[in-house]
Design a protein around this ligand. Sequence first.
Ligand code: GLN
Length: 304
Amino acid sequence: MQYQKILADIAAEIEPLRNVGRQADYIPALAQVDPDRFGICIATADGEFYGLGDIDECFSIQSVSKVFSLSMALSIMGENLWERVGKEPSGAAFNSLIQLELDHGIPRNPFINAGAIVVADILMSQLENPETDFLAFVRHIAGDSSIIYNRTVAASEREKGYINAAIANMLKYYGNLRNDIEDVLRFYFLQCSVEMSCRQLARAFLPFADRRSTFSFDGVNLTPSQVKRINAVMQTCGFYNDAGEYSYLVGLPGKSGVGGGIGAVYPGRYAVATWSPRLNEKGNSVMGMKALELLTTYTRESIF
Ligand code: GLN
């Protein structure tokens, strides 16, 4: 497959979208980012690598981090995880409070904020040093020890994180948060603040494209069956109330974040990462989604 040529064709075709959409500014630190950026990287299971655009610039991975926290929690808790969080698409905004109330404090899935806050709470209860252990896991899965938290972004989000604080309070009310509310929020915002480049993100998603081997690191073991399930949750829940549209257009399990990043996999073959900060009204990268749609159209490689 001529991936590099296809990436060049895609970049040319999506150029008119460069100024479409708006970057997230409800986290003040994210409003500082130049919104007119675009990068795309493919890392294949055979060790090939293709990239184009702003692929080495680090961005805030935000909700893409929820794939890594779910991986750790599923490995540690096994199927018991699902007693505290569901695995159904939410069809609602990623920070919906009303849905959490209707569901009596059991979040629909681990990729909306409420679900990821419960997962953060579980990791805090299970890990010896949650902050260090989470970052170590991300560094290992990406094969890059230079990856860091951006504590300025985390603090900036905490300062204005009124809805997430409301979500955490509601979870506590319903008995689905074991640790101190403030401590869980701090850890959740820190996870979201991890910075990665497209190159690093594509590598970090490669284990999710692997159908055969168990991924192991320091007590976290992801079996092929668990990887399959994480992909299923990505497919159905990775883009919140845009998940149907994303499935329709792209057809690859993936996860977006409000920093404008997307990680996705073509199982058995490759992982792909895109970054472009301008978002649609559902909070997903405009150029990123279009690039992935064109990728599966031109390669004819998708899970459907
Ligand atoms: N940290 C962000 C928040 O909680 C993550 C949301 C996202 O990327 N969709 O609002």
